[in-house]
Design a protein around this ligand. Structure first.
Ligand SMILES: Nc1ncnc2c1ncn2[C@@H]1O[C@H](COP(=O)(O)OP(=O)(O)OP(=O)(O)O)[C@@H](O)[C@H]1O
Length: 954
């Protein structure tokens, strides 16, 4: 049933890639030379660099050629029940995946081996006899960092390799899916490819860092005979075989590279051991890869190794290493046989045969024992009678002989024997017999399971540890964040406190400033009051001095004026008259008492007196005339003064107008002050003018009165003239009486009357004189006052003129006014400042209150935030716990059911179509496969390899 055959090794060179093209010549250009038979490749045209293979494919080789030569036969064998293996070996980017998968599944030229195999399998099933029923199952795994991962159930990432006598070497718990057509195979491959571990290296951005193994298991059953055959096809895409240094791998990638290289070097060691002809121990157990491929290398398998290489100088070292690897593998011998399970009839025949053999051997043993007994008893047995197998078999053994004492071996034991035939002996530590070996393998499997469990536990513990570390980091970070926040809050709080203190300080400062300003304000108010007072005093003093001057001037003028009116004459004459009258009175009295008479002296005196009174009357008349003249001149003067006053008024107004205009033109700012001054002066002037007018009217009235007085005075003078005439007459009478001595009594009586009328006239005159004097004095006073006022007006006018013309004085006045204004403004400003400071203080106090409230609020918020943080921490912990639990649940659920692939759990028997391609070949339970979601997960670096393969197939 088994046949020895060598591993088929083919070499394939890919075209020069861009990286190689960019190298300096001759690095980029191909250095390979393939012989005409396509069995040898020579590097640099150097014979020492010749490498022989079953077939060498050059740069332009087609996918179809590689398939037809290297793989098609294997697929036929697998369908026939053999095990088959196709694996691609080579450095990164040498074309392994291109060869295995191809670049476009729908393109006949570029699709790779696996699509072609898949198609061929289903085509072969269709063309097989109709009595043949097939079950096709697929599994997909990868070996990454010496751990086997189920790519169709990625959580199963530490699968163990088991071996037993029935199944041989297998991966325990590897999931498998029934498939009904090529599309389902591709979908499963796509799903598996998504889970592959891929990492970049310098040499190939999409380089695979793991070994991937796609397993297609074809079980065929002859529904007529019941016989079954099972063929397993391993399709292996090995990881890049490059040297570590060249990849630039470091860290995790370096660890990967070491383990991958370890796995690949174990593969090399196995190949060496299998091919050197001396080794008794094949180190399959040195790596997971070699353990899984144990049947494929020197065992029960038809195997093709495709070595992929670069044709360029740039990668020559890796190419040589790859070609050497292929060369060594070429001499491995496999013993492939069909994996059958016999039908009951075949088993019956087998049983009969074995029973016959058993009877034969029992006869042989019995004959040998009989001969032995003879020898032991000292007898000899002639050579011709020595028992042989043939002589023992000559004894008739019935075909239906049953030997109950020796139980028949179980069928599967027979099968095991059959299976064991082609399997390379798995190395065991001692030379154990078959049962012990089985026990050993069993024990090894158990230990392997335990190891896997321990590793799983370790992994989960590591995960928990990592999670705990992450959690710890998270808590550390959050603690740090909280600390930072806390310190930030504290900083803010201390800032706020500082601000609060500063505000408090500012507030105190403001209060102090306010007090100082209040004091200054009081002082200034006092000084302003003092100034006002002193100003008032100065004004009063000025007023007093003016009044004094006025009184003085008035007195002087009055003195001058009164000097003109000589009243002494009147007084003297009055006195003389009084004496004369007294004398006359005494004469009358003496006459009456003593009969006395007037002497001639007395008469002479009277005469003189009369003459003097006549002259006095004349003087009075003269003075009256002079007074009238003066009165008239005074009227004229008053009118002049009035006209002068009017002209002055108009001049003043003109000047004022002019100066205001000038001032307006020069300094608009002084407009208000000038207007004020103007108004003041106008008001002053108007009041003065009114006063003057009143006085002038008064004066007019007085002049009227004086005229009346003058008229009455004239009357008086007339009276006096009459009196004088009477006196003259009386004197004449008196003189005649004296001379003639006659009628003296009559004369005395006349004299008496005259004296009386003279006395009364004198009294009247006296009163009149007094009133005249009084009137005169009043008038003089008025005139003097008017003159003084006129002088004052003149002075004021001169001052106004001076002030109008004198720019400096004007400026000084403006400056003083400005100063006054500024002082007022300063005072006002101080008052305002005081008020604004009060307001600011109130605002600051309010702000202070608000800030302290804010601080309280912040502190409260901080406390609340702390509380919330504690609560949210607790909540987060709860959530974390719940998430963890859910994750665990999900993991355990996912481990039991693979949700991503929703088909393939039910066997899909395929019936041979007898070459007709009839519908019966389709699986009875075939499901529609939804490929639409294929691109959904097609993202990220880990999916690139799958995407280019599957993209065009959608
Ligand atoms: N025979 C060929 N013809 C055309 N292009 C090829 C051929 N072989 C490889 N290539 C191209 O070279 C590039 C690298 O090939 P591939 O990915 O198959 O290398 P690899 O050996 O699988 O690399 P890794 O070990 O990193 O997985 C791809 O772009 C591929 O299309």
């Amino acid at each position: 049933m088994s046949s020895q055959n060598n591993i088929k090794v083919v070499a394939r060179f890919r075209p020069v890639n861009k990286v190689e093209q960019q190298q300096h010549p001759p690095d980029g250009k191909p250095i390979i030379d393939i012989n005409d038979g396509n069995t040898q490749v020579n590097l640099y045209n150097d014979d020492s660099n010749n490498y022989s293979f079953d077939r060498v494919f050059d740069l332009q080789s087609k996918q179809e050629d590689v398939f037809e030569y290297g793989v098609r036969g294997i697929v036929d064998d697998v369908i026939s029940g053999y095990n088959g293996t196709v694996f691609a070996y080579g450095q990164t980017g040498s074309g392994k995946t291109y060869t295995m998968m191809g670049s476009d599944i729908d393109d006949n030229n570029s699709k790779g081996i696996i699509p072609r195999i898949t198609e061929q399998i289903f085509e072969s099933i269709l063309t097989s006899p109709p009595n043949m029923e097939y079950l096709v199952k697929v599994s997909y795994m990868e070996i990454y960092m010496e751990r086997i991962r189920d790519l169709l159930s990625p959580n199963n990432d530490n699968l163990q390799v088991h071996e037993d006598k029935v199944r041989g070497v297998y991966v325990k718990n590897l999931s498998d899916y029934y498939v009904g057509d090529a599309k389902e195979v591709y979908e499963i491959m796509r799903q598996g490819s998504l889970a592959r571990a891929v990492s970049s290296t310098n040499m190939n951005a999409e380089s695979s860092r793991s070994h991937s193994i796609f397993l297609i298991s074809i079980q065929q059953k002859n529904i007529e005979t019941g016989s079954q055959k099972t063929g397993n096809l391993y399709l292996v895409d090995l990881a890049g075989s490059e040297k570590i240094g060249k990849t630039g791998a470091t860290g995790q990638t370096l660890e990967e590279a070491k383990k991958i290289n370890k796995s690949l070097s174990a593969l090399g060691m196995v190949i060496n051991a299998l091919t050197d002809g001396k080794s008794t121990h094949i180190p399959y157990r040195d790596s997971k890869l070699t353990r899984i491929l144990q049947e494929s290398l020197g065992g029960n398998s038809r195997t093709t190794l495709i070595v992929n290489a670069s044709p360029s100088e740039y990668n020559v070292d890796e190419t040589i290493s790859t070609l050497r690897f292929g060369m060594r593998a070429k001499s491995i011998k496999n013993s492939a046989r069909v994996n059958t399970e016999l039908s009951p009839a075949e088993l019956k025949n087998l049983l009969k045969k074995s029973q016959r053999d058993r009877a034969l051997y029992e006869n042989f043993v019995n004959a040998l024992e009989a001969e032995l007994r003879q020898w032991r008893s000292g007898k000899t047995v002639p050579k011709e009678e020595w028992t042989t197998k043939e002589s023992a078999s000559k004894e008739n053994i019935p075909l239906n002989t049953t030997i109950p004492s020796t139980p028949t071996k179980p069928i599967n034991q027979n099968l095991d024997v059959a299976r064991d035939e082609g399997r390379p002996a798995t190395p065991v530590p001692l030379n154990l017999d078959k049962d012990e070996r089985e026990d050993f393998l069993k024990h090894e499997n158990e230990l392997s399971d335990q190891l896997a469990d321990k590793e799983k536990a370790l992994t989960s513990l590591e995960k928990v540890l990592k999670e705990l570390r992450d959690e710890l980091d998270f808590y550390k970070n959050s603690h740090q964040t909280l600390n930072e926040e806390n310190s930030n809050f504290q900083t803010q709080l201390s800032d706020l406190r500082l601000q609060f203190e500063r505000l408090e300080f500012d507030n105190k400062d403001n209060i102090i400033n306010m007090d100082v300003l209040r004091d200054r304000n009081t002082e200034l108010t006092a000084s302003v009051n003092d100034l006002n007072k002193s100003l008032e005093e100065a004004r009063n003093a000025q007023k007093d001095s003016l009044a004094e001057d006025f009184e003085k001037k008035k007195a002087e003028k009055m003195a001058q004026m009164m000097a003109k009116f000589d009243a002494t004459g009147f007084t003297e004459k009055d006195d003389v008259l009084r004496d004369l009258l007294a004398k006359i009175d005494s004469i009358d009295h003496d006459e009456n008492l003593n009969g006395g008479t007037l002497t001639s002296d007395d008469l002479g005196a009277i005469r003189r007196q009369l003459l003097e009174s006549q002259s006095l009357a004349r003087d009075s008349q003269d003075k009256l005339r002079t007074s009238e003249q003066e009165n008239r001149s005074l009227v004229i003067k008053r009118e002049e003064v009035e006209s002068r006053l009017h002209s002055l008024e108009s001049e003043f107004e003109e000047l004022l107008e002019k100066s205001i205009k000038e001032e307006e033109a020069n300094n608009l700012d002084l407009q208000e002050s000038i207007n004020g001054i103007k108004d003041k002066l106008e008001a002053q002037f108007n009041s003065k003018r009114e006063k003057t007018e009143v006085e002038v009217n008064d004066l007019r009235q007085q002049i009227e009165n004086k005229n009346q007085d003058i008229t009455s005075l004239k009357g008086e003078v007339q009276n006096l003239v009459g009196l004088n005439d009477e006196l003259k007459r009386a004197f004449a009478v008196t003189s005649a009486g004296i001379e003639g001595g006659k009628n003296l009594v009559d004369s005395a009586r006349d004299l008496e009357r005259t004296r009386k009328s003279l006395a009364s006239q004198l009294n009247d005159f006296e009163g009149m004189k007094k009133s005249l004097m009084k009137d005169l004095q009043d008038r003089c006073e008025k005139v003097v006052e008017l003159e003084i006022e006129l002088d004052q007006y003149k002075e004021q006018y001169a001052q106004v003129l001076r002030s109008t013309n004198n720019k400096a004085a004007q400026k000084k006045m403006a400056f003083l006014e400005r100063n006054l204004e500024q002082l007022t403004l300063v005072q006002k400003g101080l008052v305002d400042q005081n008020q604004s400071l009060k307001k600011e203080v109130a605002i600051a106090e309010r702000k202070l209150l608000a800030r302290s409230e804010r601080i309280n609020n912040l502190e409260h918020l901080l406390q609340e935030a702390d509380k919330r943080l504690v609560i949210s921490n607790a909540k987060f912990e709860g959530q974390l716990q719940a998430v963890r639990e859910r994750l665990e649940q999900a993991r355990s659920q996912k481990a039991s059911t693979n949700a991503s692939i929703n088909f393939g759990r039910i066997a899909k028997p395929l019936r041979g179509g007898g070459g007709s391609g009839s519908a019966s070949a389709s699986p009875t339970n075939k499901k529609t496969i939804d490929l639409s979601g294929a691109s959904d997960n097609d993202s990220g670096s880990s999916t690139k390899r799958a995407s280019w393969f599957f993209s065009s197939g959608k």
